[in-house]
Design a protein around this ligand. Structure first.
Ligand SMILES: *Cc1c(COP(=O)(O)O)cnc(C)c1O
Length: 380
């Protein structure tokens, strides 16, 4: 089976993890801060907060922005469930904004209309979460302008998009957002096995996320309610979790970061090759907006909805590990029980009816890619 995505582990990665295993610290040592610095510097962000998954990063980001009971978070339906669940963790509720029919990311027009209606009804969301689908940035200038106009916070779900750029600048610099979240799950661009990281330009938000990832405990005297009892002293000043990243994970991530440009370059090369090889087939290849350079996390083709399932099954039967990103979140039973129904977000639902993610990852050889193309040609 040729998978739709997979990690690439080098000898240097192995040595970096081994060095940590032989060191004094398996967790809470010097490598996590070094990894945070490396990612933040890459993005041009002042702060990076590493955690054990992007799901945790979304949660601590919502906590830092003060989402709580009575508050609403808006995201897109065509995302992984974690983009929405983070609001529920905080006692908030979720609503959705449909995607645009070109880049399939949060539609600024739909957002503008929904914000206008919500403002009139006195029910503005506290946070919106655009998702950089497949590694292509959402239209952040438009989204950021709307958010500022209505006083709404923005978390970018950039789980797909480390190494991508928007208007020539790296995703993660938070020019149009408060916080940007990356995932390092093995199918994503770089990996730490499990892992995530939130970037921000705001020191207060970074500190709030640090507290949230580690029990709400501080050892900083100026954050305590009184002078420390002694050198052993710490205080729990808020409620937090254990969402810490380990030193082994950070070592893997730090080593992988050195290869980020080559990883994204190879993905872009494979994507360009797919564009060429698939040009004459009855399917739609992904379109890149001129203001973005995708990290090419996924290569999603769209086929005739009437043949969608047959094409998907035909590819799987030929050993091509295709996948589908995403089942619209509002149609999941958990969200349907909140009153969401099919038909509410037609662009996302239409995309779901046509989309197939075909294999794309750093280690995919030209020969294996040719096999994918031959299988698609045969099935179609
Ligand atoms: C992978 C992913 C997540 C969750 O990432 P984890 O690191 O597995 O928690 C969240 N949002 C999107 C869009 C993703 O693709």
């Amino acid at each position: 089976m040729i998978p739709y995505g997979r990690q690439d582990i080098s000898e240097d990665d192995l040595r970096a993890v081994e060095a940590v295993l032989k060191s004094d610290f398996l967790t809470q040592g010097p490598v996590v801060p070094a990894f945070e610095r490396a990612v933040a510097d890459w993005c041009g962000a002042a702060h990076g907060v590493a955690v054990n998954s992007a799901t945790s990063a979304l949660h601590v980001a919502c906590m830092a922005l003060g989402l709580g009971p009575g508050d609403v978070l808006w995201t897109v339906p065509n995302t992984f469930v974690a983009s929405a669940n983070c609001a529920i963790y905080c006692g908030g509720t979720v609503d959705f904004v449909d995607i645009d029919p070109v880049r399939f990311t949060m539609c600024p027009k739909a957002l503008a209309a929904k914000l206008k209606a919500a403002a009139a009804a006195g029910r503005l969301p506290k946070i919106i979460v655009p998702v950089h689908l497949c590694g292509q940035s959402a239209d952040m200038a438009a989204i950021g302008t709307l958010a500022r106009t209505y006083g709404v916070k923005v978390i970018e779900d950039a789980s797909h998009a480390i190494g991508a750029t928007y208007l020539g600048q790296p995703i993660g610099d938070c020019r149009y957002s408060d916080i940007c979240v990356f995932s390092f799950h093995p199918v994503k661009i770089i990996t730490t096995a499990e892992g995530g990281l939130a970037t921000t330009q705001d020191a207060g938000l970074a500190r709030a996320m640090e507290l949230a990832r580690s029990h709400g405990i501080t050892r900083e005297a100026d954050e305590m309610t009184h002078a420390p009892d002694g050198p052993w002293y710490y205080q729990q000043v808020t409620l937090g979790y254990n969402y810490r990243m380990t030193e082994m994970q950070a070592a893997l991530g730090l080593s992988q970061m050195t290869r980020l440009p080559s990883m994204v370059a190879r993905r872009a090369e494979l994507a360009a090759r797919y564009h060429r090889l698939l040009a004459d087939l009855p399917l739609t290849v992904p379109v890149q907006a001129p203001d973005t350079a995708s990290s090419w996390h996924l290569y999603v083709v769209q086929v005739d909805p009437a043949r969608h399932r047959a094409v998907f099954e035909g590819l799987r039967a030929q050993g091509i590990g295709v996948n589908l990103h995403y089942i619209p979140v509002h149609t999941q039973p958990y969200y349907a029980a909140m009153g969401f129904t099919p038909g509410m977000f037609p662009v996302s639902e239409g995309y779901y009816a046509r989309a197939i993610s075909i294999p794309l990852y750093f280690g995919l050889t030209d020969a294996a890619q040719d096999q994918v193309v031959a299988a698609l040609r045969q099935v179609l």
